[in-house]
Write a protein that binds this ligand. Sequence first.
Ligand code: PFF
Length: 456
Amino acid sequence: MLSNQAGDGKRASLHGHWSSRMAFILAVTGSAVGLGNIWKFPYIAGQNGGGAFVLVYLICVVVIGMPVMMSEILIGRRGRRNPIATMELLGREEGSSPHWRLLGALGVLAGVLILSYYSVIAGWTLAYIVKSASGVFDGASAAAVGDEFGGFVGSWQLVLFCHSLFMALTVFVVARGVEGGLERAVRFMVPALLILMLMLLGYSINSGFFGQGLAFMFTPDWSKLTWLSVLAALGQAFFTLSIGMGAIMAYGAYLPEETSIPNASAAVVGADTAIAMLAGLAIFPLVFANGLDPADGPGLVFDTLPLAFGQMAGGVFFSTVFFLLLSFAAWTSAIGLMEPAVAWVVEHLNQSRAQASIFVGGSIWILGVGSVLSFNLLSDVTFLAGTIFDNIDYLTSNIMLPLAGLLITVFAGWVMCRNSTADELGGSGLVYKVWRLLARYVAPVGILLVLYNTVT
Ligand code: PFF
C-alpha cells in the first residue's frame, strides 16, 4: 500500500493537474448541489422558524460538515477502493478492525432510502418543466399556483409516472456509467443555476418584502430553537453536502495525490452553501409578499417560484429553464445516491453493471411508491415523524447520516494514525491542526450531543 501513500513531491503536468482537480470538484459539486439546496433547505428552514435554525445550520456546515467531508475524502484516497472495501482495508491497515466495513454498508443503505423519496420530488421537477413550458403559471395568482401544485401531488397516478420517469433516467445513466458527459453537464449546470437564482433574487429584492425575508432568515429567535430543530439543521448539513453516505469517499478514491483536500472541500462547501442561501433569499420574500406560510412544507418551492416567474417578462422561458436545471441538479445527485449500492451489487452478487443498475433501481422504485402515496392516498397515514415520506427522510437525514458522520470522524481522528492523515492533508500545519481538533473533538461531541438530546 505504500504506493498510495507517497503524497507529495510528485509533479504532474500543469494541465493534467488542473483538469483532474476540476473534474473532482465538479463531480462532488454535482452530487452536493441538488434538491437539498433549492427544495429542502428553504422548507426545513421555514418549518423550524428561520433565523436561529439557519445560524445553527451554518455552524454545523463549518464545524461538522467541513471536517467530515475532509475525512471522507482522505479515507477514500487512502483506500482507493469502494467505500466498504476501503473501510475494511484501512481498518486492518491502521491496526483496528475490518468490521469498519459496516460503516460503508450503512452508507449504501442510506443512499437507497434517500433516493426512494428523492426520485419522487425530482419527478415533481420534471412535471414542472412541462407545466412551465405550457404557460400555466404565466401571470397566475398565488392561489392558482397553489391549486396547481395541490392538484398535481393529489394525483398519485401523475406523481407515480414522474417518479418512474426519473428513476428510469437515473438507471439509464448509472447503467452506462457515462461520467464524462455528466461532468460536462455539471460544468454548465451549476453556473447556469447560479445565474437564474440571482435573477430570482433580483425579483425578490424588488418585491417590497425583501427586508422581511432577510429578517426571517437571519434574525435568530432563540425561543424557536429546540433540540429537534438543531437535529434538523445538523441533518440538513449532512444531506446537502452529500456526506455520511460514502458517496464522497467513493469520489475521493480517484483523487490525484497532489490535489489539496482542504481546498477542494472548501470550494464544494462554499458553492453548496451559497446556492442554499440564494434559494432562501429568493423564496422567503415571495412567501411574505403573497401571504403564504413559511412552514408550508415540501411544496414551498413549487408554490413560490412559479409565481415569481409568472410575473416576469420572459417568465415562461426562464421558469422552464429553471426547472430543467433543477432536474439536472437532482439527476447528478441521484446518480451519486445510487452508485454505492450498484457498485456493491456488481461486486458481491456478481452481476453486470446493467443488471445491477436495473435491480437496484427497481428496488428503489418500489420503495419510492410509499413516498408517492404520502402526498395523496396515504397522506392521512401518519406515525412517528409523520407520513411514510417524513419517516424515511427523518431516519436518513437526522439519524443515519449523522451517525455515519460520527463514525467517520472517529475513524479519521482517532483510529487512523497521525502520519496517515497528515500525509493526506498536506502536512501538519495550521489547517491540519484545525481539522484534527474538529474531527477528534468538536464534530463527534457535537453530533453525540445533538443525538443524545433528541432521544432523551
Ligand atoms: N446533496 C444532495 C442534495 O442536496 O440534493 C443530496 C445527496 C446526494 C445526498 C448524494 C447524498 C448523496 F450521496
